[in-house]
Design a protein around this ligand. Sequence first.
Ligand code: LMR
Length: 333
Amino acid sequence: MRKLLAAVAAAAVLLAPAIAQAQSPIVIKFSHVVANDTPKGKGALKFKELAERYTDGKVKVEVYPNSTLYKDKEEIEALQLGSVQMLAPSTAKFAPLGVKEFEALDLPWLFKDEATYASAMKGTVGKWLFQKLEAKGITGLAYWDNGFHMLSANRPLLKPTDFQGLKFRISGSKVADQYLRIMGSIPQIMAFSEVYQALQTGVVDGCENTASNYLTQKFYEVQKDITVSYHAHLQYAVIVNSKFWSGLPPDIRTRLDKAMAEATDYTNSIARQENEEALAEIKKIGKTNLHYLTDADRKGWQEAMQPTYKWAKGRVGQEVLDLVAKELDVKMN
Ligand code: LMR
């Protein structure tokens, strides 16, 4: 009897790590740079809720918002190194990886509306772009929406000449650099977490972003004038470390795919309203002047920015422009 007990005790000691391992959840660290109370922030929390539910707690998703873990460029490096498993950067941030084709999505007045964006990215062009990331050890899972950019400064921006000499913070896209440069301004890439201070101290004069980001980062406190221009679109690619993702047990991955598909539909369905509510809130706070383009103003911007399309050929290549044109049924001259 004593021998039997000793054998059981020994087996328990031997098995303990395996049992603990079998019970300890797979952790997905999901890092991003915006506030929880934004389309992306809410999408990340929705994915967490669904992923944990669908895997019966076998997966734990830790969401780190507001650049608490990493800033823009660092987070992509961290993903490649496996220090985080999931991100949702704006597609403007892939150029440092040597993947420039995503910048086609930043062309001014490309997407008609949010629904056009969301459905287009489910098609050929979305998949084609994701393939570009595979060689970098990154797998693309979904595209999330954050609506359309506004532009701001400490003066009203209504005519192309209003841009002259202003320094604008941009998030990374050379296409955005180009359409602002054509307007006579000086664009500058800067991490999202540094924008408020840069605006406050005058390191830059202005920036572009969506209403939900203006509200949650309080950019309206340090910008006298915001033009609700909706001149370009802000989109995210939800990405994972390829090695981590392909190493997951297949049944777990299937459940996570389901969670991601639902979180994507959810995020893309709230983006427009979230931004409308954020804009209404900015208006209510009343610390900044909101300006709207007349049809003639918009035409002025569109004509001034139009050469960006031709310029983009040399930057992103004809192939992706053709794919986007086909998907959206538009001309890219
Ligand atoms: C930015 O840097 O302006 C955006 O990419 C922030 C974001 O992720 O919405």
